[in-house]
Design a protein. Structure first.
Length: 256
């Protein structure tokens, strides 16, 4: 658990949705960069609070958000869950607008810095981790979704978008099956949602030794179910309870 000071806040958006986030605070410089991070499946923003410890020495302000249906952030309604499962565009439009509102708040109220002239400092970097990219990409998906005043407010500040290890599903690609591959979410030995989630946690936090195969080919990759070394095994029970959310994953991320 990070020992560095950071604040924990809840922001209420214009549509009533509340977003819980942690904030490292602004460095005492005029050109710091604000990095807004959206987490992936099963592990919420609290699992990355150690980033706050390293932010100041890199001239960063780190903001870690909890996505919809994760701790402290408004859950999806039944209608929205149906839209998610149907792959409806309207739910992505909603996420894009909510992300834009979140950024607008920091521009208007938090004194964040504009992008520097050489574009090497200042501004906002929006980063999606894993399935969190489905949320971050939504802000760029349809220009008609973001009202012009909101766009004009955040445009001078939004410097770049980082896609950190996005799955194909978050990018809109259909699922592909590698014959010799392993899918932790479809393991027939896991018969309950809890077993599926625990299996996913072990697999996604394992340290696999893949060969340098190049060319994007899957042949030769390690397809073990998990490895002896796993990040989740290094967490205390208190940290696991705070970082891991089966309910959020089951309702909003893992196909049923």
């Amino acid at each position: 658990m990070s020992t560095s000071p950071y604040s924990e806040k809840t922001l209420k958006l214009p549509d009533g949705v509340e977003i819980r986030y942690t904030d490292s605070g602004a460095p005492n410089t005029s050109d710091y960069t604000t990095m807004v991070v959206i987490h992936g499946t099963g592990f919420n923003g609290y699992s990355m609070v150690q980033l706050h410890e390293y932010a100041p020495k890199h001239n960063l302000r780190t903001i870690l958000c909890n996505r919809r249906h994760y701790h402290g952030t408004t859950k999806y309604s039944e209608e929205e869950l149906s839209e998610l499962k149907a792959g409806s565009k309207c739910i992505q439009d909603k996420l894009g607008l909510q992300t834009a509102w979140f950024l607008e708040h920091f521009v208007k109220n938090e004194g964040i810095t504009k992008v520097t002239a050489d574009r090497r400092g200042g501004g906002v970097i929006l980063m999606g981790w894993s399935f969190g990219n489905a949320t971050t990409l939504a802000i760029l998906a349809d220009p008609e979704v973001i009202p012009r005043p909101v766009y004009e407010t955040i445009e001078p500040y939004l410097r770049s978008l980082v896609l950190y290890d996005p799955p194909g599903l978050a990018m809109g690609y259909p699922s592909t099956v590698i014959e010799e591959g392993y899918n932790p979410l479809a393991d027939p030995s896991c018969t309950t949602p809890t077993e599926v989630f625990e299996n996913f946690q072990k697999w996604v936090s394992s340290y696999f030794k893949h060969p340098d195969i190049g060319g994007g080919l899957a042949s030769g990759l390690s397809f073990e179910k998990c490895t002896d070394r796993k990040t989740i095994d290094q967490w205390t029970l208190e940290e696991k309870a705070k970082f891991c959310e089966e309910d959020g994953a089951a309702h909003s991320d893992i196909p049923s």
